[in-house]
Ligand binder design. Structure first.
Ligand code: GLY
Ligand code: MN
Ligand code: MN
Length: 440
């Protein structure tokens, strides 16, 4: 089967979503599934709207990310109905007429005002599972988000269809191209702001289109996990560059981090290469049956091995993990599910009937605790950082002897290292979605 053309893969994707919707409706006891695409949000006391973020359930069914006040209606046994708002509006560009690979597989009804959707919705409203935000309500049709349906659909969403994997691969290519442009800008001495602009230009996406705010951090800024400030002036001495930036394709996210050193022969470059090698081994462990919590703990040990090799850590990796010293250098989770949302739903879900799998004690930021199964896509994003606040805590509470502080000082000016790829679990060897996009 052709695994690259979304048009050929879409019918099978739609069949999977219909089957999931049948089961979700059986569980919640409703007759129809209704998904509003979402309504615009406005700033308080202002007529400025926020960037439109489509309901992820809607873009699961349809590759539409910019169509507000529209609906997907599904009744078991019938073709899905799409109520598509194409307003009469001379202030804004209106959405194109419905077109693309999805159109022939659904019944499309174009409406000119949001209210015109009302008589087209299946009823009565009380018989509908309506998934969406409260502000999407139309008449009696207010989102009720029944938990049995949502628990089921969110859990199942972890299992990507071949159509979804094809779109995710395309997002990777867009992001990889932009990462290459960003590295070139760094090497040319650009500021964070200029690198960000070079990234967006190469991705051909602006800041509202990429799936999360770009993290473009030079030097010590790499130690701020979510650094999004974008200095307008370049530093006098650019030493290091951490970039965590993605791209979107038809509503699917790529989430990629790379770290670069300006000095190819230096110690920081050597540490990047050691983290990269460790990260590749972690990616190779994305196998069906692997417990992601264990992968996270294994990552702590591997990263502490790197810090020992570079003389930063004096304790053993096992001792550093047990005493929490490792969390001062690696204070976030190994990764998370990714797909329609960069941090996709159900990373902690215990089953498709609800419940959650707790994080390991002492690891409050892990976003994925499930056992891996074929079809899941997760990020693998280990990091080593030199964060004053966390290191000061080690100094102050009796764990100072685990660390060679002179070596910390040597690395502090570089901020930190994170390497992040998106990896699909299969029946067999994992598919790293990210690396081939850089090689292409
Ligand atoms: N870019 C956010 C993350 O890596 O999770
Ligand atoms: Mn990231
Ligand atoms: Mn990530």
């Amino acid at each position: 089967m052709n695994d690259t053309d979304p048009a050929l893969l879409y019918p099978r994707h739609l069949a999977v979503l219909r089957a999931r919707a049948d089961e979700a409706l059986a569980r919640s006891g409703h007759d129809h599934l209704l998904i509003p695409s979402g309504r615009r949000h406005y700033q308080a006391f202002d007529d400025r709207d926020y960037p439109f973020a489509v309901n992820p359930h809607f873009k699961h069914w349809l590759p539409l990310t910019a169509v507000a006040d529209s609906w997907l209606a599904y009744t078991p046994g019938q073709r899905p109905k799409v109520i598509y708002l194409q307003p009469r509006d001379y202030w804004h560009v209106v959405p194109d007429a419905p077109g693309g690979w999805w159109v022939e597989h659904v019944d499309v009804h174009v409406v000119r005002t949001p209210e015109e959707a009302l008589p087209l919705l299946p009823g009565p409203a009380a018989r509908c599972a309506i998934l969406g935000e409260a502000n999407s309500a139309l008449g009696d049709y207010a989102p009720n988000n029944p938990a049995p349906a949502l628990d089921y659909l969110h859990y199942q969403r972890s299992f990507k269809t071949p159509y979804e994997l094809a779109l995710m691969r395309m997002a990777q290519h867009r992001a990889a191209r932009a990462h290459v442009a960003a590295e070139a800008a760094f090497r040319a001495g650009a500021s964070e702001f200029e690198i960000h602009m070079a990234y967006c230009a190469a991705a051909r996406q602006d800041a509202t289109e990429v799936p999360y705010q770009n993290i473009v951090a030079l030097n010590e800024h790499g130690a701020v996990l979510h650094y999004t400030e974008l200095d307008r002036a370049p530093p006098t001495e650019p030493r290091s560059f951490l970039i965590d930036a993605g791209a979107s394709h038809c509503g699917y996210a790529a989430d990629i981090t790379r770290t670069h050193a300006s000095d190819h022969g230096g110690e920081f470059q050597a540490m990047i290469e050691a983290v990269d090698a460790a990260q590749q081994a972690m990616c190779a462990a994305v196998r069906a049956g692997a417990d992601y919590r264990q992968l996270h703990l294994d990552a702590h040990l591997a990263l502490m091995g790197v810090l020992r090799e570079f003389g930063v850590l004096k304790a053993s990796p096992e001792a550093a993990l047990a005493t929490g010293v490792s969390a001062a250098f690696f204070p976030h989770g190994l990764g998370h599910p990714i797909g329609l949302q960069v941090h996709d739903v159900a990373g902690l879900a215990a089953s498709d009937r609800g419940g959650s799998i707790p994080r390991p004690e002492g690891h409050p930021y892990l976003r994925m605790t499930r056992v891996l199964e074929p079809g899941m896509v997760v990020t693998i994003e280990p990091g080593i950082y030199f964060i004053d606040m966390l290191l000061d805590e080690l100094k102050g509470d009796g764990r100072a002897d685990s660390v060679d502080w002179a070596r910390v000082e040597a690395f502090r000016p570089y901020g930190g290292i994170r390497i992040e790829d998106d990896v699909a679990c299969t029946e067999d060897a994992p598919e790293n979605l990210t690396r081939p996009a850089f090689a292409a």
